[in-house]
Design a protein. Sequence first.
Length: 396
Amino acid sequence: MTSFEPSAKKVLRLLKKGARTPAFFYDRSVVARKYRLLASNLPSGFGILYALKANPNPELVRFIGKLGAGADIASSGELATARRGGIPAAALSFVGPGKTSEELREAIRAGVGVIHAESLEEFVRISRIAGSLRKKARVGVRVNPLREASVPGMKMGGGAKPFGVDEEILPQVFKLLGKLDHLSFRGIHVYTGSQMPGHKSILEGMKEVLKIAEKAQRLHGRPLEIINLGGGFGVPYFEGDKPLDAGEFGRGLKALMRSARTDEIFPRARFFVESGRYLAAESGLYAARILYRKLSRGKIFLVVDGGMNHHLAASGQLGNFFRKNYKMKVLGKGAGLETVTVVGPLCTPLDLLGRDVRLARAEPGDVLGIYNSGAYAYSASPLHFLSHKLPEEYVI
């Protein structure tokens, strides 16, 4: 498997030229390689939607848009970021269980490609707003599958969920759509789970999505135009994690599309996958400078100038069931390994970035790099906790 990580040499050069720590560095070459790897293994006619929730850095969004991606957005703020990044409104998919009336109004005015409603009430609200604007809103339905997929990772569908319309009430959805004059129905969206490590679990979920899509098309009585199969592509955060085999995933998806006879059953449909974490996570390196080397009762602590307020996930506080160390290195050093615990500057025991990590011997002034920091890091952290300075962001 190919290894993806940002260039530590580039980061050190920028720091020598005056870049500040703590900081996030995002390597565009890694993003480009991940995008091309995924795109080259998808069946023809598939589109990729970049999930802005993973990393909404404007420069990164613009770059991913130029690679050819549309965007999955979940707020008016993400809508604005995507549009400023040059992604056409028609290439946007708007999801989220709690869209406000103002957000829906902005999306309809902008001409968003599809707004996926997540309740019967939301369809009514979208139609009412579209009517007041004298427009037709392009809508889809996000479906919460009847069965919860037996997949690892964070489950986003099946059972009782705030996300999507329950599959069993799809007949009510299409009965309602027949009464609403200001909606143009386009298709469906299903997202079964997140951070799924293997291609088999992802394909299992996508197989169920195609069955739901066929049911929705029968109820609609017309060919679907959009079928969003979701994503959930995992990345190897921790020791022993295996990367997604994109080639095996691609071969499996092509076989699935053939067996489901998608060309015959869905003659007008454009298929999409979503990817936020997969594209962005491995591109990122969080750099923090070592302030103190402290010995306490036989244990070495490295105290750095950034912590869980910047990188909540690395501290184990963001959806992790048990704490594991992210991959980390003392940049520019490789010899003389020792066992240390890495902590940030905050006055809380939660500010723990690495416990009993094997690192090269470090001294105050050295720079620690935490890898896999390009997704769900900066924007997913309590940046103002204890009022420390905000980290810098650099796209390299």
